[in-house]
Design a protein around this ligand. Sequence first.
Ligand SMILES: O=P(O)(O)OC[C@@H](O)[C@@H](O)c1c[nH]c2ccccc12
Length: 264
Amino acid sequence: MILDEINKKTLEDVEKRKKDMPLDLLGRSLSANPFAPRDVKPYLTSTKEEPIRIIAEVKKASPSKGIIKEDFDPLLIAQEYSNNGANAISVLTEPHWFKGDLEYLTQIRRYVPTPLLRKDFILDKYQIVEALVYGADFILLIAKSLSTKDLKELYEYALHLGLEVLVEVHDKEDLTKAMKCGAHIIGINHRNLETMEMDMTLCEKLIPMIPNGKIIVAESGVSNTEIIKNLSSIGADAFLIGEHFMRVPSIEDELKKFKNSLDS
Ligand SMILES: O=P(O)(O)OC[C@@H](O)[C@@H](O)c1c[nH]c2ccccc12
């Protein structure tokens, strides 16, 4: 299964990086850390004035599609997102399947004011410290990849460092784990990361089970204003959109259209 494969490779890579740069050394660079994480909750919460919140993703490739964007300039893409109303930016940092890089986070953080998500397969505290050092404001934790105990531990560690967490779920069991760890920002991923299959009806099933007051992010396969309108009407606050923005001729036009989905 692909998720197991990615997780295994991710842990091997983390062990290598720990040898090159032990946690205490990595942590030491924090005292000079110019990147204080920002509270992303207000950016992602739907309001009357700004009901549709968009997390726009910087992603060169994916396991299901291969290379998505050939002429990939992460900073330019992030600037375009930021200039056209993205509420947060998701930066893929996984190098093998998604062709991401941790350095992209720092590059973008230097020049772009929008809050940043480190999008990776986070399984170890070391990666959370990296997220902070390289300039993320929040991280992704995938419920499917972690036991309830590990999810809670990593979640609390991130919060302790000042990073918010987007806890990603794909079924009821994942959601139970997310609730047990007290997650405040819940991502419902339409894509099953074990089979890569899409289920665009997942929000209809899962949102009614989520207590009020949580921030709900609809993830993957969001490609038109009809989907956004529909998911917004059933309670989604924010939309995590990658591939579609990577392929459109004008990010500016598309992002503006999506932000104004409820106007038409
Ligand atoms: O490109 P899409 O279909 O718009 O999807 C974006 C995002 O949801 C997707 O990249 C994603 C969701 N969860 C993940 C976990 C790991 C890697 C990637 C992801």
